[in-house]
Design a protein around this ligand. Structure first.
Ligand code: UDP
Ligand code: MG
Length: 316
């Protein structure tokens, strides 16, 4: 007997949040209308998270866990959890209680109404600094314009997915996993539930600036070819400008033969401009080629050091 619901939660150095997380999730599990498995993925934590997870598993047979052999990152942790989930419905949420577990009940309601994907859309980001909100705000809107699929703005990975969507997600072979994009790509009937994003329960943000930037680039490169076209456009623009310049030079040469028409500054500017354009274009190419390289190597997505709890039978 498989459980009806799987809750998937990636954990990276969340020792301070785990007890409270279990308390809040536990309360929600009681209110669900079927059996629940809680899948915790230890993403190579360096604190006591794994011990605490083991203890929780001992105490509560509904808790299963995976433990990575090192830190693989949030998106991979979520992927692993979804790979192992057996529920008819799979819910993904963060381990820091920024995604209020109580919202799952609203999500399930939408699922019952016939939606296969219910994603949480934040209306507010409480107590997150401007420095984080501003780029996030811009990024989601730029991505929306550039991406081939309609990735809803201000949504993260907090969502509910029906088994039919989960099976497709599990079959997607790509290593650059931008889950909110893949989820949108899959399609079916999708809807949002709105929520205010709570502040972190405890501890520091585990997404460093570099990781956030990496995720953002991943989303853009995985779901849009527009950046590749950018150098074509800039190149065409530069070509037009240079033709105009050439005509101007010719004109000055003929009608004002004694004027000093191109100083060193003009030449330097042109050189720097074109140099910059070329370097940026190569960089953009590199982003795509680097990802092709990643995909081609075909290494496993993660390495597991420990797996427990998935042989339990659930009774609803
Ligand atoms: N996380 C993870 N691996 C990482 C970084 C983060 O599994 O390398 C988990 C973390 O424990 C948390 C979730 O991903 O449950 C979201 O991380 P965080 O709250 O730091 O990022 P936010 O999305 O809030 O900026
Ligand atoms: Mg967080």
């Amino acid at each position: 007997m498989f459980p009806k619901y799987s809750f998937v939660i990636p954990i990276y150095n969340e020792e301070e949040s785990l007890a409270e997380l279990y308390r809040r999730i536990g309360a929600v599990m009681e209110r669900m209308d079927g059996s629940v498995e809680l899948i915790l993925i230890n993403d190579g934590s360096r604190d006591r998270s794994l011990q605490i997870i083991r203890e929780l598993h001992q105490k509560d047979s509904r808790i299963c866990y995976l433990s990575f052999a090192r830190n693989f990152g949030h998106q991979i942790a979520v992927t692993a959890g979804v790979n192992f989930a057996r529920g008819q419905v799979v819910v993904i949420l963060d381990g820091d209680l920024q995604d209020p577990p109580e919202l799952i009940l609203d999500m399930v309601e939408q699922w019952r109404l016939g939606y296969q994907v219910v994603y949480a859309q934040r209306t507010q980001r409480r107590q997150e600094s401007w420095l984080k909100r501003m780029p996030a705000y811009l990024y989601y809107r730029i991505l929306r314009h550039l991406a081939d699929v309609d990735i809803p703005i201000d949504t993260g990975d907090f969502c509910l997915m029906d088994r039919c969507v989960v099976d497709i997600l599990n079959k997607m072979p790509e290593r650059n996993r931008y889950i909110r994009g893949l989820r949108a790509w899959i399609g079916f009937r999708q809807t949002a539930v709105k929520f205010d994003r709570d502040p972190r329960f405890a501890g520091d943000v585990k997404y460093t600036f570099a990781k956030s930037l990496g995720l953002a680039l991943n989303g853009l490169v995985s779901f849009s070819k527009v950046p590749l076209r950018l150098s074509t456009y800039v190149g065409l623009f530069a070509a037009v400008v240079s033709i105009i310049m050439a005509l101007l030079v010719l004109y000055w040469r003929i009608f004002y033969p004694h004027s000093v028409l191109t100083g060193l500054a003009t030449i330097l500017m042109a050189i720097f401009f074109l140099g910059a354009v070329q370097l940026v274009s190569i960089g953009i190419l590199g982003e795509y080629i680097g990802r092709i390289y990643e995909e081609v190597k075909g290494r496993p997505l993660y390495t597991l050091a420990e797996v427990a709890g998935f042989d339990n039978n659930h009774h609803s």
